[in-house]
Design a protein around this ligand. Structure first.
Ligand code: XIL
Length: 358
């Protein structure tokens, strides 16, 4: 090749590389194009699947989480029912006697309203959230403190809550009778009926639930819960439903058929039921299979609610493994529907399939 032809070829080659009017120096290497990251397509909204079967789908939240856009993006897309994880309980509201602080609950309530989500108040009477100052009160004074709390809180959230967990965890773990809580000791067994009556008087529109754990399947505790709410119904106490918390383990889950029968007998009393705090621990299972087992447990239990006409909602106790009450430290279990990076887990698709009858 003549040197003239070689120069002409080089000129063509450079022109091709730089394009017309290229301003880069002829010695610059062609840059490797940076691939545009392909965003993972988010799954279809879970709330659409829940609505298709006539159910609400909820999650427990804390007000501080609602300032994290990664959190709210997933929360807003998938849920239409909200429970305050702790900020509507007695102790955080009334740390000091007589000075009610509703700020945390209000932040959750206004967020829910802004998103068109329903709100569940949780929980007016619970042995796990009695303010320290209330422990030393006389029986009479304790009664007025409890009445103040129910009256003030139900009044504050009137018109904002769709439902209240009025009494939480009042039955003893062995099913022998009522838990020997401070409420029972100071107020007698009638405190449960009294709480429902007062809550109904203050907020007649709210659905009123009794809520408990360990009574999901046909256990001795489930029998006592059944007896308790049957008696309340027979006495004309304004109770609308029963919440089955469903904090369960994938290694030893309740039998889904037993959960379905239990829901049916509660429904036969004219009550609603809901799954109120579901999470499924996996730490006792082999890492290789745990997420698939968890998926099938979620599917079976949610399917029991889907099959029961009077089961109105499924609420999870959080939705991301980054924020679960079972995580101490974070990552010690993985009980929820989304992983710590907010990606949907097999469990998510198990729940979605159950809502869609798949
Ligand atoms: C737990 C919350 O998740 C924690 O953040 C809080 O410190 C303690 O209570 N059953 C219930 C819930 O009814 O209120 C509990 O929530 C979990 C067990």
């Amino acid at each position: 090749m003549s040197s003239h032809r070689a120069h002409a070829l080089l000129a063509i080659l450079l022109a091709t590389q730089l394009g017309c009017g290229g301003s880069k120096s002829a010695t610059a290497p062609t840059p490797t194009p940076t691939p545009t990251p392909v965003p993972a397509t988010p799954p279809d909204p879970l709330r659409d699947a829940a609505s298709a079967s006539g159910k609400l789908v909820g999650a427990a939240v804390q007000s501080t989480f609602l300032t994290d856009p990664r959190y709210t993006e997933v929360f807003d897309r998938h849920f239409n029912y909200v429970t305050a994880e702790y900020e509507m309980k007695w102790d955080p509201i009334e740390r000091t006697r007589g000075s009610d602080d509703f700020l945390g609950g209000d932040a959750i309530a206004s967020y829910a309203a802004g998103q068109g989500m329903k709100l569940k108040g949780h929980a007016l009477v619970w042995h796990g959230s009695v303010p320290g100052w209330a422990n030393g009160l006389s029986n009479t004074d304790f009664r007025s403190a409890v009445e103040h709390h129910i009256r003030a809180t139900a009044d504050h959230y009137r018109g904002q809550v769709y439902a209240w967990d009025v009494v939480n965890e009042a039955v003893a773990d062995d099913g022998s009778g009522l838990r020997d809580s401070i409420f029972r000791q100071k107020l007698g067994d009638g405190y449960i009926a009294d709480a429902f009556r007062l809550a109904h008087q203050v907020d007649p529109q709210a659905l009123l639930y009794y809520n408990d754990y360990g009574g999901e399947g046909l256990t001795a505790k489930a029998d006592r819960i059944y007896d308790l709410v049957r008696d309340l119904v027979q006495q004309g106490v304004p109770i609308d439903g029963v919440g089955l918390q469903m904090h369960i383990s994938a290694a030893n889950p309740p039998d889904a058929a037993a959960v379905a029968s239990n829901m049916r007998r509660l429904a036969s009393l004219g009550l609603r039921v809901n799954i109120s705090e579901m999470d499924v621990q996996v730490r006792d299972l082999a890492p290789a299979t745990r997420l698939d087992v968890q998926k099938s447990v979620y599917h079976a239990i949610v399917a029991a609610c889907v099959a029961e006409a009077r089961c109105d909602a499924v609420t999870f106790w959080g939705f991301t493994d980054a924020h679960s009450w079972l995580n101490a430290p974070v990552g010690s279990d993985a009980p929820l529907l989304f992983d710590t990076a907010y990606a949907p887990k097999p469990a998510f698709f198990g729940v979605q399939d159950a809502f869609l009858h798949r």
